[in-house]
Design a protein around this ligand. Structure first.
Ligand SMILES: Nc1ncnc2c1ncn2[C@@H]1O[C@H](COP(=O)(O)OP(=O)(O)OP(=O)(O)O)[C@@H](O)[C@H]1O
Ligand SMILES: [Mg+2]
Length: 214
């Protein structure tokens, strides 16, 4: 089943110096159970595309469908979870509270036991009671990944989820992403890391505002 479909997505940003067309007709399908990596040079529009696919930004034209429904506003966590490049953890909540948030908001099907399990798997179990400002960026990134997967969203979008991880902590993050797909999510990951590409079913490349197959 196609869980995520984008057809003819166009997005142009307006600057004082003039319009910057970033997405020039993006077509993409990701099936349930598939892990697809999104590569492309810095500034090519990967984050811009993920924001449109997650419903946080609107395409100027074209459509995005999640589970067959046309997207008009950000959907619930259970339908689509985005791990943004800037992470977006709530500073007033501890790491464990951040990870538990999709469950507390309800209807995600996750359990609080899963929060502990993910923190352990990602090597940050002992940091659960700390606030984001009290841990490193890589540790925050792992918490943000845990928060994105905890409710088993149908569509998982992750923007460079291993960018701040080292050789020791990256493999667990890759495993968590792969498992999300194996458990049935449609997973799209913007990344520059070979490790993530190797775990993927296929890779698409964004260049010149369009996608091509790697
Ligand atoms: N809100 C915005 N307003 C104006 N321009 C923007 C906005 N967001 C992104 N851009 C521009 O759109 C282009 C694509 O940016 P984007 O962040 O999507 O790139 P990226 O592929 O994710 O890069 P990176 O690999 O560095 O994360 C860039 O030229 C950027 O300057
Ligand atoms: Mg980006």
């Amino acid at each position: 089943m196609t869980a995520l479909r984008a057809v003819g997505v166009r997005r142009t940003f307006r600057h004082a110096a003039g319009p910057v067309p970033v997405l020039r007709g993006v077509d993409l399908e990701v099936a349930a159970g598939e892990l697809v990596t999104l590569s492309g040079p810095s500034g090519s529009g990967k984050s811009a595309l993920l924001a449109v696919l997650a419903g946080f930004d609107r395409a100027d034209s074209g459509t995005v469908e999640l589970g067959g429904e046309v997207l008009t506003s950000p959907p619930p966590w259970k339908v689509c979870a985005l791990l943004p490049q800037a992470l977006g953890l709530a500073g007033e909540l501890t790491l464990a509270e951040n990870v538990a948030l999709p469950i507390r908001l309800g209807r995600t099907g996750g359990s609080l036991t899963r929060v502990t399990g993910l923190l352990e798997e990602l090597g940050i179990a002992e940091l659960g009671d700390r606030y984001p400002a009290e841990v490193s960026f890589g540790q925050q990134q792992r918490a943000a990944l845990a928060r994105a997967v905890v409710g088993s969203p149908a569509v998982l979008l992750a923007d460079e989820p291993t960018a701040h991880l080292d050789a020791q902590s990256a493999p667990a993050a890759v495993r968590v992403l792969r498992r999300a797909a194996d458990e049935g999510a449609a997973v799209l990951v913007a990344t520059h890391h070979d490790q993530v590409h190797r775990a993927a079913d296929r890779t698409v490349v964004l260049a010149g505002g369009r996608l091509s197959v790697d």
